[in-house]
Design a protein around this ligand. Structure first.
Ligand code: S3P
Length: 165
């Protein structure tokens, strides 16, 4: 099986879905953010604070290229699609599934979250909406799009199974 790459906005449920899909398909799930945290020995907020977003994006791309391309489910950081090279790499080496989620639901889910530097501080709604509309066309380059808004994890996993046959 070629790698399954799960993409989508922060809070769209990529990691949770990857874990359930991993259980159902009996293949390991790996997360690009977790991998880069292990490699750098730093948390994501610390990387942003000490080295900036550009350095983070570099680690993120390296993390993607480090991971296997066969027999795995890979959940990705929400901004992995920003680099065209990453989008091309994922499409060439695996099946890319975009987990769509309505921005209103994302805002609800991420209320009180302090782990995402891009959404830190005030005006979370405006930040989510701006980043969302900028990225939507990039997410939509995926092989498949699944709407996760108001859906259970089990239902989303069934839809993914149907999509990939
Ligand atoms: C980011 C998403 C985060 C993490 C970092 C940047 C983004 O991952 O990679 O905070 O640019 O959307 P999740 O999508 O798992 O929250």
């Amino acid at each position: 099986m070629k790698a399954i790459y799960l993409t989508g906005f922060m809070g769209s449920g990529k990691t949770t879905i990857a874990e359930e899909l991993s259980r159902v398909l009996s293949v390991p799930a790996i997360d690009t953010d977790e991998h880069l945290v292990t490699c750098t020995g730093k948390t994501i907020p610390t990387i942003f604070e000490e080295e900036g977003e550009t350095a983070f994006r570099q680690y993120e791309s390296e993390s993607l290229h480090d991971l296997p391309t066969q027999g795995v489910i890979i959940s990705t950081g929400g901004g992995i699609v920003l680099k065209e090279a990453n989008r091309t790499y994922m499409k060439q080496n695996g099946t890319v599934i975009y987990l769509h989620c309505d921005p209103d639901e994302i805002i609800n889910r991420l209320e009180g979250d302090t782990s995402r530097p891009l959404l830190a501080g005030k005006n979370k709604r405006e930040k989510v909406e701006a980043i969302f509309s900028e990225r939507l066309p990039l997410y939509r380059e995926a092989h498949y799009e699944i709407d996760t808004t108001n859906q259970s994890v089990i239902e989303i996993v069934k839809q993914i199974q149907r999509a990939i046959g």
